[in-house]
Design a binder for this molecule. Structure first.
Ligand code: ATP
Length: 346
């Protein structure tokens, strides 16, 4: 129960030139936490709203629990959606908000309240039931919105940037909570964000979208370690993957894999001289911004050294760096798509 499948979905808004969704195929497996990640305007929200039944696709199919749901209204789809704004009813109490989705059904008042209290207990907000939304913190409001979404026992949870109104610290704890609840409840969840840190932390799998298409879908580790193209390689990771041109190819390597040569003990390494422009200290790491001349054309790169690497390095100097060959990635310079490894001189 609860799998979502999207087949060759296209959405073109009236009066716009391109397709907001341009032929998307993807599946969220039963119980999976699937994150839709991509830059602003890539079609994430439109895809989520199409699954919810709030947007009618131009073509293609959407299946929930193996049934085609195109044409079904949102309430007939066994889904619950939580928006960025939470859209709580300001004049109702927390209990009134959570109970509300049950009012359309046939339950007695007492049954409805029992269900609502159970949902509140799930999100540890029983002590807030008499309050109004304005008397809650951002994190508490989020939990009310989730409890309200959960109360109808949906097969699928659709979440659209639910953490974006929270400050950085609360965001981290709310993210952990969300993951914890989802693991406990096991409801298939599709989660939209443009924040890669959130995506990496939450997703069982991540679908990276750009311009209405899926560029790559995979586990956080697959996406990070084996990006399918230069878009994914540079969209994921902070700082992003370094890309250095070489013989019609781009050679890619993560900043944490570019290390002073004396630290890279293997002989199977690509060596490059780094002219150091400046050094930043971030969370104990040294970010070395520099220019490489040793591989292809002079190109700006960043090396991220953990505090365990104590090699003295100063701005204005040139220092030899290296990357293990197995950590090099190769992309076609024209298309940006990943290619087989090419031989590089030492
Ligand atoms: P963001 O992260 O900024 O919310 P997104 O990835 O969710 O972006 P969408 O909101 O799905 O992107 O929008 C995808 C494209 O469709 C954009 O180019 C947007 O301008 C367009 N679009 C969205 N809604 C409509 C609409 N109702 N009418 C016309 N165009 C729309």
């Amino acid at each position: 129960m609860g799998a979502v499948e999207v087949r060759n979905l296209v959405k073109k808004f009236d009066g716009s030139d391109g397709n907001a969704i341009d032929g998307i195929d993807l599946t969220a497996k039963d119980g999976e936490y699937l994150v839709l990640l991509g830059p602003s305007g890539c079609g994430k929200t439109t895809l989520l709203r199409s699954i919810a039944g709030l947007e009618e696709p131009t073509s293609g199919e959407i299946l929930i629990d193996g049934e085609v749901v195109n044409g079904l209204p949102p309430r007939a789809r066994q889904i619950a959606m939580v928006f960025q704004s939470y859209a709580l009813y300001p004049h109702k109490s927390v209990l009134g908000n959570i109970v509300f989705p049950l009012k359309a059904g046939r339950m007695s008042k007492a049954e409805r309240e029992t269900k609502a209290r159970e949902a509140a207990a799930m999100f540890e907000i029983e002590h807030l039931l008499d309050r109004k939304p304005r008397q809650l913190s951002g994190g508490e409001r989020q939990r009310v919105a989730l409890a309200r979404a959960l109360v109808r026992e949906p097969h699928v949870f659709l979440l659209d940037e639910p953490l974006s109104n929270l400050d950085a610290k609360l965001r981290t704890s709310a993210r952990d909570e969300l993951k914890h609840f989802q693991q406990r409840i096991g409801t298939t969840t599709i989660y939209v964000t443009h924040d890669q840190v959130e995506a990496m932390g939450l997703g069982d799998r991540i679908a990276v979208l750009a311009a209405g298409k899926v560029r790559q879908i995979g586990t956080p580790a697959e996406i990070y370690d084996h990006p399918t193209d230069t878009f994914v390689a540079t969209f994921i990771g902070s700082p992003p993957m370094n890309l250095v041109p070489r013989d019609g190819h781009l050679v890619g390597f993560r900043p944490e894999h570019l290390l002073p040569v004396e630290v890279v003990t293997s002989e199977d390494r690509a060596r490059m001289a780094l002219a150091v422009d400046r050094i930043e200290y971030l969370s104990g790491d040294r970010h070395i911004h520099g220019t490489v001349a040793g591989v292809g054309e002079p190109t700006k790169v960043i090396a991220r050294l953990p505090s365990t690497v104590e090699t003295p390095i100063a701005a204005g100097e040139t220092h030899d760096f290296a990357v293990h060959r197995r950590q090099l990635r190769f992309f076609d310079a024209e298309s940006g798509n990943k290619t087989e490894p090419i031989a590089l001189g030492a």
